[in-house]
Design a binder for this molecule. Structure first.
Ligand SMILES: *[C@@H]1O[C@H](CO)[C@@H](O)[C@H](O)[C@H]1NC(C)=O
Ligand SMILES: *[C@@H]1O[C@H](CO)[C@@H](O)[C@H](O)[C@H]1NC(C)=O
Ligand SMILES: *[C@@H]1O[C@H](CO)[C@@H](O)[C@H](O)[C@H]1NC(C)=O
Ligand SMILES: *[C@@H]1O[C@H](CO)[C@@H](O)[C@H](O)[C@H]1NC(C)=O
Length: 282
């Protein structure tokens, strides 16, 4: 019975541990902090952290990024609200993003479409509706995707900016794409899209611990199967149901004998001889 409980407990502990050790998961501690663990390494992205040449990380020094394609013009800032010191967007319907006098300064992304000769604004969202995740789980170092979206305006709008890791500098934003009624995508190459990679040792489960658990489980399964076989097919009951009982009972003595012989070999027989007959000093 004791054997069965042990092996049950062994698999109850080992299976979740193994799943945990090989689990893939990402977590984020702020909208622009992305941390991804693939079981071996942690990939950390901090988009707003200062780096060489970019004291505000991925944030545009101008206060906004601008990208235009076809009849659409899109302004955005990543991880913050936009700031316009000059040339603010001029479009009708800016009330969700600063109003006509401060258009653009009340949100993180705004798009203007020319409809019948008028530029009509659609607010895409603010910092509170910004989220970021890694771009590609197979290649976590590729970069992150920052998504800004809103559901509370007249129409549902979103902007996905792929921040691709390029340690040599900033390129873009490029390639404005539109899908659906108000869903946009653009691409930015930026050093802030490059991950800090931390190799994990000790965290999770090392291969040695995994090996030990596997060995213990195989041993438990062997004992259980042996006991079941001896109980049902050989009709053995009681404590004798344990396979190789003689061996296990004598195992402590054998181990002791083995270590004793090791010690003898290292210390030499003469010393132990002398030890056992050492005269008592008066
Ligand atoms: C990685 O990110 C996590 C969570 O954001 C943080 O606790 C950890 O200190 C970071 N590690 C490094 C090396 O930056
Ligand atoms: C916006 O999205 C929500 C949830 O997906 C949906 O229920 C709603 O109908 C959408 N609104 C518009 C104007 O498309
Ligand atoms: C990375 O950025 C540099 C400078 O901005 C640019 O010349 C280069 O083409 C970029 N690399 C890739 C792979 O696009
Ligand atoms: C511009 O037009 C091209 C081709 O029609 C289309 O693929 C693209 O999504 C358009 N971009 C925008 C922002 O409307």
């Amino acid at each position: 019975m004791g054997i069965r409980i042990d092996s049950l407990r062994c698999s109850l502990i080992a299976i979740p541990l193994l799943i945990l050790a090989s689990s893939f998961h990402s977590a984020s501690a702020g909208p622009c902090e992305v941390s991804y663990f693939n079981g071996r390494q942690i990939f950390n992205f901090s988009l707003t952290a200062p780096i060489a040449g970019f004291p505000h990380g991925v944030l545009s020094e101008d206060g906004y990024y601008k990208v235009a394609e076809n009849e659409s013009v899109l302004w955005f800032q990543l991880c913050d609200g936009m700031i316009f010191n000059h040339n603010p967007p001029r479009c009708v319907g800016c009330q969700d993003c600063g109003g006509p006098s401060h258009c653009g300064s009340g949100c993180s992304a705004l798009v203007a479409n020319n409809i019948g000769g008028y530029d009509v604004c659609s607010t895409i969202g603010g910092v509170s509706s910004t989220s970021a995740d890694i771009m590609d789980e197979q290649n976590p170092q590729k970069g992150v995707i920052v998504k800004i979206s809103s559901l509370d305006t007249k129409e549902n709008c979103s902007l996905s900016v792929s921040v691709i890791c390029n340690s040599s500098g900033l390129t873009g934003p490029l390639g404005l794409q539109k899908s659906g009624t108000c869903d946009y995508a653009a691409v930015l190459q930026h050093p802030s899209g490059c991950a800090t990679v931390v190799s994990v040792h000790g965290k999770g489960l090392g291969w040695f611990a995994t090996l030990i658990i596997i060995v213990l489980c195989v041993f438990g399964a062997y004992m259980l199967a042996g006991a079941v076989y001896r109980h049902f097919f050989l009709g053995i009951h009681g404590f004798d149901v344990m396979p190789n009982l003689d061996f296990w009972i004598t195992l402590p003595q054998r181990t002791q004998g083995f270590f004793a012989s090791l010690v003898r070999r290292f210390r030499g027989p003469t010393e132990s001889y002398r030890d056992s007959y050492s005269p008592v000093n008066f």
